[in-house]
Design a protein around this ligand. Sequence first.
Ligand SMILES: *[C@@H]1O[C@H](CO)[C@@H](O)[C@H](O)[C@H]1NC(C)=O
Ligand SMILES: *[C@@H]1O[C@H](CO)[C@@H](O)[C@H](O)[C@H]1NC(C)=O
Ligand SMILES: [Zn+2]
Length: 381
Amino acid sequence: MMSTVPFVIVATVTVIVATVSGKESSRHEILRGHQIWQLSNDVGDVPLEVMQKGLLDVLGHFGTSKKVRVPFHCLEEAQRLLQEKGVSREILVEDLATFLEDHERLSKRLTSIGKSFENRDLWMVHVRPNDPSDSEEAGAVWIEAGIHAREWISPAVALHILKELVQDNGSIGNFDVYVVPMANPDGYNYSFTSDRLWRKNRRITSQPGCGGVDLNRNWDFHYGVGASENECSEVYRGSEPFSEPETKALRDAMTKVKDQLKVVMSLHSYGQQLLYPWGYTKHKTAPDTSDLIARGKVFADAAKSVHNTVYKVVNSAGDLYKASGATDDWAKGVLGVKYTYTLELRDEGMSGFNLDPSHIVPCSEEVWEGLKALLYEISKE
Ligand SMILES: *[C@@H]1O[C@H](CO)[C@@H](O)[C@H](O)[C@H]1NC(C)=O
Ligand SMILES: *[C@@H]1O[C@H](CO)[C@@H](O)[C@H](O)[C@H]1NC(C)=O
Ligand SMILES: [Zn+2]
């Protein structure tokens, strides 16, 4: 499988995604029903004898692996002959065609959309509905997590949502879903190794000791409002819009699917608030605000029903503080996506960023319920 994936979180993603099954037509039909067997240790020349009868295929050098491939129509005969000679077997792969198809699907879903400043991959997972023929009409959902390094609950919840998504049987309608579980891998890494409260990426700036750009101030929509030109600031906006490799990669990947996008949700912490645009001004109301609020309440009600956690539906600038250059404002203002939100996850501030890991599962459960309800409502439009 994807053993070269360098990032702990993404290793988890591959495991989750590997559970997906599908039914596309296949170029592996010829191997349908073929099996891979592991033979018992002291097999001597037996497998070679059986191979000479044309009943199996010895894989690799027999001194080490003792694996054989057995064609579908030879399964019984090969098993009988081996048994006669006292060789036992364990089935490693039940159906080679399915095995190869799963592997291909997996490698197609986990795409790197670019590299971070320190050259880590930015992974995106594309989850398709059971019936992909309907998805063009239904549209797509974009979920971004981990853009702020210290908000550890965000990528954790994104992974749980991903797991739910790949197991989902259409309860969210026929949406395609794109998930970027870790938008700022350098900062995330640094928040583990060096500074638990690190927020920005790891850009090297002109001022020693003041590294990093706030990736959620670097998007090009009313750039600069509520952000800082000062490299030492936690909300340093960068040298120019999209100066950072991480935001460029996100922008390009989102732009590719912009005609499909109906919902963009950016996961942050903390505060338990579902924020709707605009973030850059208090004085203008974003288009579709009443729908954004109404659907937002659907999210909040469904989320509350799980563990009684309250998520407030609020306007970014009006109820919080002005901030521009964020994912949600850009997705709405530039791409024209109708529903764009920033979700501030648990908690309300007791533990803040240093949330106990025991919150991961319940928080994921309530967010998944909220998201399902939200998407179901939107799918009916
Ligand atoms: C989805 O459908 C499959 C097959 O019908 C079933 O085994 C599985 O439990 C269902 N999953 C959910 C989450 O309902
Ligand atoms: C941080 O990055 C280094 C270098 O890539 C890696 O060896 C280490 O495992 C990472 N640590 C965490 C916690 O991600
Ligand atoms: Zn944040």
